[in-house]
Design a protein around this ligand. Structure first.
Ligand code: BES
Ligand code: ZN
Ligand code: ZN
Length: 487
């Protein structure tokens, strides 16, 4: 389904259906009030009423704000997806809600049916966005056109991430993920370098190699770069790419193992962000570093009690092979810092179940040392459509990572604050001069859900793409002259 902006009044656009959002107050003045009330429509949030004869699809909204519009647009587009209508049109509900409207339509329409034998395409193909505002006031067509085009690009990147994360572990192995990155690089004029097992040995990435050792699909480190002319900033993004996490010898219980194909969601988010940034042609140099491995069992598997020497020389006592993401990230973060001197360093990882316990399953946890960066991300979260919350480091929790036989243990000695101890473990691998430039995003909760929520169906959500792109836009707005701001 495609979205098309038409600089025309809504009335002059030819489409099967007109989508109309109504609050309870707007319902009172609607020309179809009597008919709608008769059908039981009360304009409650997400309530739909399709008046076939008039070609009108009424959608209830609680308020004229972005969350209400996004949610109702999801319901509308799913209703149309399952119909035999081919097109719809919709006005704007204030320019500030346009990206939420586009998100609702494009992210709400998405479904993953790659493995279904019968996947009939929907008849519903096109949604026209008119330049009209719903109340007849004038909006600037050029601004609308640009914001719709930009948001469409972001939504396509989110859906690209969803497809990739939803793909089964038999189809996306570490080498297959590297091939996906290479294909993205070819299509989007990016550069891509892949380090195979031998190259990882040469680089001394023993932590990452240990995690992937028992798998027949060997680890890869993938470096994808977008280097525009005269970039205003340089950003490195690091992603956890566990194409499957069985837990290893510290085997996950059967029920917890189901859905662990999603343990590559951080890596896929990094690829999605690179896709969006390059298609938006943002003046930012972006480097994506992905640590791709499969955590399996076998005669040569790494074990609790092993001590691993990571790339930066730190020795790590393995006390739980299911805390593998931080081992892969330790080496990948070290590699990223050695390869590129960046202004910002962000990592994305489905790192801990504890983050979901702390924040619930819909909110990503952000950790780091820079209050300014946390504040910036808090500010962009709501307009991006994603939920973010800060989890604080503290010296007492750090002590739980002490090891009696190595420099650090890969798990905390007490079962509390697990998302934070995981973040503080990663902090050990952040160089001193990068401390204030680094942020860790634990997306274990929002990256994947077997219960549909917000604009997300069953499965992967593409978490991380929207809040990062929103932050990049805010960064560029703050520095129009290309001067770097203080963090
Ligand atoms: N990939 C998991 C984290 C996870 C759990 C993501 C649930 C999404 C949903 C990670 O590798 C893991 O297993 N973490 C352990 C850490 C523990 C052994 C300290 C966890 O969260 O239980
Ligand atoms: Zn694990
Ligand atoms: Zn994992």
């Amino acid at each position: 389904m495609n979205i098309e902006f038409l600089d025309q009044p809504l009335a002059s656009i030819d489409a099967d259906i007109t989508i109309v959002f109504l609050t309870e107050t707007l319902l009172e003045t609607s020309p179809h009030q009597a008919l709608l009330v008769q059908s039981g429509f009360k304009a409650k949030q997400d309530q739909l009423s399709l008046l076939h004869e008039t070609g009108l699809l009424y959608c209830g909204i609680e308020k004229l704000d972005r969350d209400s519009i996004r949610s109702a647009a999801v319901k509308a587009v799913r209703c149309l997806r399952d119909s035999n209508y081919t097109s719809a049109k919709v006005a704007h509900y204030f320019a500030k809600n346009t990206s939420a409207l586009v998100d609702g339509l494009l992210l709400g329409f998405y479904r993953f049916d790659t493995y279904k034998s019968e996947n009939e395409p929907s008849a519903f193909q096109r949604c026209y966005l008119s330049s009209d505002n719903f109340d007849g006031t004038m909006l600037d067509a050029a601004t609308l056109k640009k914001s719709i085009a930009q948001r469409t690009t972001v939504c396509h990147a989110v859906n690209f991430v969803r497809d990739l994360v939803n793909t089964i572990p038999n189809d996306i192995t570490p080498p297959a993920l590297a091939a996906v990155a290479e294909e993205l690089a070819r299509n989007n004029a990016l550069t891509c370098r892949v380090l195979d097992e031998a190259a990882l040995e040469t680089e001394g990435m023993q932590a990452m190699l240990a995690v992937g050792r028992a798998s027949v699909h060997k680890p890869r480190l993938i470096h994808v770069s977008y280097v525009p002319d005269n970039p205003q900033h340089v950003i490195s993004l690091v992603g956890k790419g566990l194409t499957y996490d069985s837990g290893g010898l510290s085997l996950k219980p059967s029920a917890s193992m189901v859905s662990m194909k999603m343990d590559k969601a951080g890596a896929c988010a990094v690829l999605g962000i690179l896709k969006a940034v390059s298609e938006l042609q943002l003046p930012i140099e972006v480097h994506g570093f992905i640590g791709a491995a499969e955590n399996m069992l076998g005669g040569n598997a790494y074990k609790p009690d092993d001590v691993l020497k990571s790339k930066n020389g730190t020795t790590i006592e393995v006390r739980n092979t299911d805390a593998e993401g931080r081992l892969v990230l330790a080496d990948t973060l070290t590699y990223a810092q050695q390869e590129v001197t960046a202004d910002y360093l962000f990592d994305y990882a489905t790192l801990t179940g504890a983050c979901m316990v702390a924040l619930g399953p819909y909110t990503a946890g952000m950790m780091g040392h820079s209050h300014a960066l946390k504040h910036q991300f808090s500010k962009v979260a709501a307009p991006s459509g994603e939920l973010l919350a800060s989890l604080p480091f503290n010296a007492h929790l750090k002590k739980l990572l002490k090891s009696d036989i190595a420099d650090i243990s890969n798990v905390g000695s007490k079962p509390y604050g697990g998302a934070i101890t995981a973040g503080m473990f990663l902090d050990t691998f952040i160089d001193e001069q990068m401390k204030q430039k680094w942020m860790h995003f634990d997306i274990a909760g929002p990256a994947y859900s077997e219960t549909p929520w917000d604009c997300h169906p069953y499965g992967a959500t593409g978490a991380g793409v929207r809040f990062t792109i929103e932050w990049m836009h805010s960064l560029l707005e703050k520095t129009p002259n290309g001067k770097q701001q203080d963090i």
